[in-house]
Design a binder for this molecule. Structure first.
Ligand code: HEC
Ligand code: HEC
Length: 196
C-alpha cells in the first residue's frame, strides 16, 4: 500500500507533463483512489476491533453463582496446552464448550482470554518457583500465614513482601505479581468463608 502511495505522485507528475490536456483526469483518479483508501482502511478498522467486554463483570454476573472465583477455576482446574486452554472434561473442544455454555460468541472470547491469563499465572509460579517450592497452595499452607490481610513467614515472622524483595532477584513488578497470587491463596486457605 505504501509503495503505491509513494509511486502515485511520480506517476501523476509524468502524466501531467506529457498530456497537459489530460491534466485534470489523473488528479481526479488520484482523488478517487485516495478516498477509496480512506474508506477501506476505516471499514476494516471497525471490523477487526472487538467489542470490549469486561470479562470479570460477565463472570461475576453469569458464572460466579455456580463456579465461584474464576482465577480459582483457572489455576486449579484448567490447563494450558500449547497456548490453548483445556478443561477437565472438554479438552480440545474447550473453546466450543464455552460458546455453548451460558455465553454468546463474543462474550465467550472475552471470558476465554481472561481464563487463559489466569491459568498462565499458575504456570508462572510453576515455571519460576516450583522447582524449589512445589505447588503454590502447598507452599503457602506450609510456610506462610495471613495476618490482617498480609502474608508473613510462619517460621521467622518476616513479612513475605519484604522477603520477596530480596529473593531470587525478583523485580518490583515480579514481587507484586507473586504477592497478589500468594495472597489470594492465603485467603482461600485461612479465610475460606470470604472466597466462597
Ligand atoms: C447453573 C450453573 C452454571 C452456570 C451459571 C455456569 N456453569 Fe459452567 N458448569 C456447570 C456445570 C454443571 C459444569 C460441568 C458439566 C459440563 O461440563 O457441562 C460446568 C462446567 C464448566 C467448565 C469446565 C469445563 C470442562 O472442561 O469441564 C467451565 C470452564 C465453565 N463451566 C465455565 C462457565 C462460565 C464461563 C460460565 C458463565 C458464563 C458458567 N460456567 C456458568 C454449571 C454452570
Ligand atoms: C532455587 C530454589 C528456589 C527457587 C527457584 C525459589 N525459591 Fe523461594 N526459597 C528458597 C529457599 C531455599 C528458601 C528458604 C529461605 C531462605 O532463602 O532464606 C525460600 C524461601 C521463600 C519464601 C519465604 C518462605 C518463608 O518461610 O517465609 C518465599 C515467600 C519464597 N521463597 C517465594 C518464592 C517465589 C515466589 C519464587 C518464584 C519466583 C521462589 N521462591 C523461587 C529457594 C527457592
Amino acid at each position: 500500500m505504501n509503495f503505491v502511495q509513494e509511486a502515485l505522485p511520480d506517476l501523476y507528475l509524468k502524466l501531467s507533463f506529457k498530456y497537459k490536456l489530460l491534466q485534470k483526469v489523473p488528479s481526479l483518479i488520484l482523488m478517487i483512489f485516495l478516498i477509496s483508501i480512506a474508506f477501506t482502511t476505516k471499514a476494516s478498522a471497525t471490523e477487526t476491533k472487538p467489542v470490549p467486554y469486561n470479562a470479570e463483570k460477565i463472570w461475576d454476573k453469569t458464572c460466579f453463582t455456580c463456579h465461584g472465583d474464576s482465577s480459582d477455576i483457572a489455576r486449579n482446574h484448567l490447563k494450558v496446552v500449547d497456548g490453548e486452554l483445556q478443561g477437565p472434561m472438554h479438552k480440545e473442544t474447550f473453546r466450543n464448550f464455552l460458546t455453548n455454555h451460558y455465553l454468546s460468541k463474543s462474550k465467550a472470547d472475552a471470558i476465554y482470554s481472561m481464563l487463559l491469563t489466569q491459568a498462565n499465572n499458575k504456570t508462572r509460579f510453576e515455571q519460576e518457583c516450583s522447582s524449589c517450592h512445589k505447588s503454590a497452595k502447598e507452599f503457602v499452607y506450609n510456610k506462610l500465614d495471613l495476618n490482617r490481610g498480609d502474608l508473613y513467614s510462619k517460621e521467622t515472622t518476616t513479612p513475605t513482601y519484604n522477603f520477596l524483595e530480596t529473593h531470587r532477584d525478583l523485580s518490583k513488578e515480579d514481587v507484586v505479581f507473586f504477592m497478589k497470587q500468594l495472597t489470594v491463596i492465603g485467603y482461600e486457605i485461612y479465610l475460606p468463608g470470604l472466597t466462597e
